[in-house]
Design a protein around this ligand. Structure first.
Ligand SMILES: Nc1ncnc2c1ncn2[C@@H]1O[C@H](COP(=O)(O)OP(=O)(O)OP(=O)(O)O)[C@@H](O)[C@H]1O
Length: 385
């Protein structure tokens, strides 16, 4: 666990970058720091590994006051990833990754073997190890940056807008990789971003800062979206809070029924629409049985969804589907059934209500905005979910 206890940072020019911060970051979780530009996110992050020294207050990592630790030794135990990777240009990828193990005196062979292992872990081919950073794409360089930070297996990882400089497709891939790695490694991660969607996707908790270094709210994404502390947080989360909330729930517990394939007959009722599948049972497209071309009508596109897909994706597909049905498949892509548009909408609404109730309970208020002790709390009456 990382604890900030009444931490402030004032720069000599009079700027207060962080103001009286109290924050606990749970062990093994990803805490995302967000907020407007200049609100003190990077300063907060860099105080953890003492790249910036606080003006007052204490910061501890795993119960140890960082101020009392030797700074160089402290940094070797804390992985650090920045935008554009910050790799050493004249060292090969493998040597870049082996930096900290070598500093720790592991010996060249062991350090390089570990580097090769990490290269694979972050999804890069073995031959990338011999290249220099400029011979890799931006996304690949970021992966090397992550591998380098993980090399000595530090319990803490600081990530300062690590995916800020790559295009949206690569960014999504890198986010997925980070989530996959995190499910295995369970590091305590502090992650700075400007992108609220990235924060919702990655964060176990999101800390929202306001200019002047004030922490406004720190909560799990669902709670933040269902019950932002004030207008600043609500504005920062954006107008589509409800849809973002749906991105946090999966289709797994939404029932399905038999699909209206040719073979299913009336059991898989789909009105005029039939779902055409391959021999293996993979959905290929929708056929309009009442269209003028009958059996020869071109198939309309289907986007089959798995249990792990989000309710937001399901809502999108339910709108796009000509049949108003969402085709469901198993891990092998084989059709298992369909879910009606109305049922998706019903679950989406239910998910909202649940999130509002959970957020209200966490804040000591009933979902209708009254305090659980019976007194009215106007500020909470605006729970929107
Ligand atoms: N070395 C410094 N000297 C003076 N002021 C500084 C210094 N470093 C940062 N600041 C100021 O402290 C405030 C917080 O900066 P910080 O970089 O922590 O913000 P941030 O939230 O990470 O910003 P951004 O999102 O733009 O990266 C800003 O007003 C910044 O100008």
């Amino acid at each position: 666990m990382i604890s900030f206890n009444r931490v402030s940072k004032h720069y000599p020019n009079g700027t207060t970058a962080v103001d009286d911060l109290d924050l606990e970051l749970p062990e093994g979780g990803i805490t995302v720091l967000v907020g407007s530009s200049g609100c003190g996110k990077t300063t907060t992050l860099r105080m953890v590994n003492r790249m910036v020294e606080p003006s007052s207050g204490t910061i501890s990592v795993g119960g140890r006051d960082v101020q009392r630790a030797d700074a160089a030794e402290l940094r070797r135990g804390i992985g650090y990833v920045i935008q554009q990777a910050g790799l050493f240009p004249h060292r090969t990828v493998l040597d870049n990754i082996a930096t900290v193990p070598l500093l720790l005196g592991w010996g060249r062979r062991k350090a390089r073997a570990r580097a090769a292992e990490l290269l694979e872990l972050v999804g890069l081919p073995a031959d990338a190890g011999k290249r220099y950073p400029h011979q890799l794409s931006g996304g690949q360089q970021q992966r090397v940056g992550v591998a380098r930070a993980l090399a000595a297996d530090p319990p803490v990882l600081l990530m300062d807008e690590p995916f800020g400089a790559v295009d949206p497709v690569v960014r999504t891939q890198l986010q997925n990789e980070l989530l996959r790695l995190q499910s295995e490694l369970r590091k305590t991660v502090v992650f700075v971003t400007h992108d609220i969607d990235e924060a919702v996707r990655l964060g176990d908790r999101i800390a929202v800062f306001r200019t002047g270094g004030h922490l406004v709210q720190c909560a799990p994404p669902a709670e933040l979206l269902a019950d932002p502390a004030d207008d600043f947080v609500a504005g920062f989360l954006g107008a589509e809070r409800g849809l973002k909330l749906l991105s946090l729930s999966t289709l797994a517990d939404v029932p399905q029924r038999p699909a209206p394939t040719e073979e299913a007959g009336p059991k898989g009722a789909g009105g005029r629409w039939r779902l055409v599948t391959s021999e293996r049972g993979e959905p290929l497209g929708w056929r309009d049985t009442e269209g003028p071309q009958g059996d020869r009508a071109p198939l309309l596109p289907v986007r089959p969804l798995r249990d792990g897909d989000s309710l937001l994706t399901a809502l999108d597909e339910s709108i796009a589907s000509p049949a108003g049905l969402v085709a469901r498949v198993d891990a092998d892509g084989v059709l298992t059934g369909v879910t009606d548009r109305e049922l998706i909408h019903e679950h989406a609404g239910r998910r909202h209500a649940e999130a509002a109730r959970t957020a209200a309970a966490a804040n000591g208020t009933a979902a209708d905005g009254t305090a659980t002790d019976g007194t009215a709390t106007p500020q909470d009456a605006g729970v929107t979910a």
